[in-house]
Design a protein around this ligand. Structure first.
Ligand code: NAD
Length: 244
């Protein structure tokens, strides 16, 4: 039997890259759908060096045609799609009176519109076999700092879209779940200070592989009872009540 196939959007760096590596370790064939050719190819090289299969398909997920072309390529070349991780996203913040329509649309198109169109495109293939879709939301869907209107709304939209898709696609054996990362350090973990770690109930800031393991769990066929859910991966930060 041919190996399973996962598409990870935005897998050139950060959380997406770690998700791609985690699926490769589980012997999935990995499609890196990324806007940046340099980082996308470097993730593929790393997976190939592990002795596993991966391809880079240059994709701007904010453009529906590019998503559909990428999914068509995967269907033609691999003949199956088992998992989609909608990870690509931009974290843009703007003072509330400064946020303009262009920036609002950019954040929404990249973070939210992409999730619907990529999910629907893969579901057309997955509906023959079943499969799993994992959407990268954020704890900023649940709580805010000033200037987070566009980003927070895009991530809140992902939560609503996740349960809507879970309801529509359940009949085809497709699970759709959301992961809500909190503070996940994607650059130099060693530069973090003691108080950064201590503000987490878990006693440490998160790492990309904390999120990657959550994606593997939700995408596992053994967990096909779990759909439409939201898995918060934040070291307990959103459970900490603060009175100042
Ligand atoms: N790091 C965190 O603390 C954190 C917390 C909550 C949620 N998230 C979410 O997790 C996801 C990954 O975050 P990260 O910290 O690894 O981000 P990152 O900026 O390090 O990586 C994002 C990746 O997505 C790619 N990308 C951006 N726009 C794209 C587009 N239009 N098309 C295709 N690829 C595109 C980038 O090139 C990059 O490789 C995002 O959705 C983010 O909102 C991150």
């Amino acid at each position: 039997m041919r190996k399973k196939v996962v598409i990870v959007t935005g897998a050139g760096r950060g959380i997406g890259k770690e998700v791609a590596l985690a699926f490769a370790r589980k012997k999935y064939q990995v499609v890196v759908a990324e806007i940046d050719a340099r980082t996308g190819n470097s993730t593929v090289d790393e997976i190939n060096e592990m002795g596993e299969a991966a391809v880079f398909i240059k994709t701007d997920v904010s453009v529906v045609d590019e998503i559909e072309r990428m999914v068509k390529c995967v269907e033609t070349d691999f003949k199956r799609i088992d998992v989609l991780v909608n990870n690509a996203g931009i974290s843009e913040f703007s003072e509330v009176f400064e946020l303009d329509e262009t920036q609002w649309d950019k954040v929404m198109n990249t973070n939210l519109k992409s999730v619907f169109f990529a999910s629907r495109a893969v579901a057309r293939v997955m509906k023959e076999t079943g499969g799993s879709i994992v959407n990268m939301a954020s704890t900023r869907a649940l709580m805010s700092e000033p200037g987070g209107e566009a980003y927070g709304a895009s991530k809140g939209g992902i939560l609503a879209l996740t349960h809507a898709l879970a309801v529509s696609l359940g009949q085809y054996g497709i699970t759709v779940n959301a992961v809500l990362p909190g503070w996940i350090e994607t650059s130099d973990y060693k530069r973090l200070k003691k108080h950064h770690h201590e503000q987490h109930l878990s006693g440490r800031v998160g790492k990309p592989d904390d999120v990657a393991r959550a994606c593997l769990f939700l995408a596992s066929r053994e967990n096909d009872f779990i759909t439409g859910t939201q898995l918060v991966v934040d070291g307990g930060m959103t459970r900490k009540m603060i009175y100042e």
